[in-house]
Write a protein that binds this ligand. Structure first.
Ligand code: C5P
Length: 225
């Protein structure tokens, strides 16, 4: 049995990609599988937490005992997070949110008219869900502990340290490359105000358990921050 290190805690987790519609049958998305976020959700639930998982379009079963809310777009993900974050003690943003969405979504399928003309796509920036939540009064007061993720291709430690400060979160977790999208294992770099440590390559399910232990230690050490 897993020790109940998160007993009584409420966790809100985002996972997977977002899907940004171009028209009713097309859109842009990315290769996030959602596996890391789902693994954290399962581990946190096993550790006694009450877990709500806001999931983009992924092909994964809901971990036992976890409340799941399915969304498609970044805007929907933000709305779901804002509706659920009120009572949360911890917010973990593992989702690979699309940075941009099409400026306009066509109501009907855009037809190829035979003229050889191609549609011009314009984009607008999506809201940054993690940064938005991290700026909330509860996060700023330390009542809500926020965890961000980072996928970088190079200079992970520097980027992760900078991202932790930019997003204004106490803990930033870097995916140690090569690209981990869709894979069953990963290695993680944990960066907080005290420094950094590595969780060596392991199945994402196992890393979820280790991350929950790291999280519990930080919550116990600094109720607040
Ligand atoms: O800025 P970047 O996308 O690299 O930041 C990654 C972190 O921010 C992840 O924790 C991701 O879930 C979160 N994020 C978000 N909303 C966005 C972009 C990123 O919550 N629009």
């Amino acid at each position: 049995f897993a020790p109940k290190v998160l007993r009584g805690k409420k966790l809100l987790i985002t996972a997977g990609p977002t899907f940004e519609a171009i028209d009713p049958v097309r859109g842009i998305t990315n290769l996030s599988s959602g596996k890391m976020g789902f693994a954290i959700a399962a581990a946190a639930q096993a550790a006694g937490a009450e877990v709500t998982l806001v999931a983009g379009p992924v092909h994964l079963p809901t971990p036992r005992g976890v409340q799941r809310i399915n969304v498609q777009s970044a805007q929907q993900m933000l709305a779901a997070v804002q509706s659920q974050v009120g009572p949360a003690d911890v917010f973990i943003a593992t989702a690979a949110v699309a940075d941009w969405r099409p400026a306009n979504t066509a109501d009907q399928k855009i037809k190829k008219d035979g003229s050889g003309e191609v549609p011009a796509l314009a984009f607008v920036e999506n809201p940054d869900i993690l940064a938005t939540v991290a700026q909330s009064a509860r996060a700023q007061s330390g009542a809500l502990y926020c965890v961000g993720f980072a996928a970088e291709s190079h200079d992970l430690l520097q980027h992760a340290m900078a991202k932790r400060l930019r997003k204004d979160v106490p803990l930033l977790v870097g995916n140690i490359g090569p690209a981990t999208f869709g894979q069953d294992d990963n290695a993680l770099l944990l960066v907080d105000a005290q420094g950094h440590r590595e969780l060596p390559r392991a199945p994402k399910t196992e890393l979820g358990v280790q991350l929950v232990q790291e999280l519990a230690r930080r919550l116990a050490a600094a109720p607040g921050r």
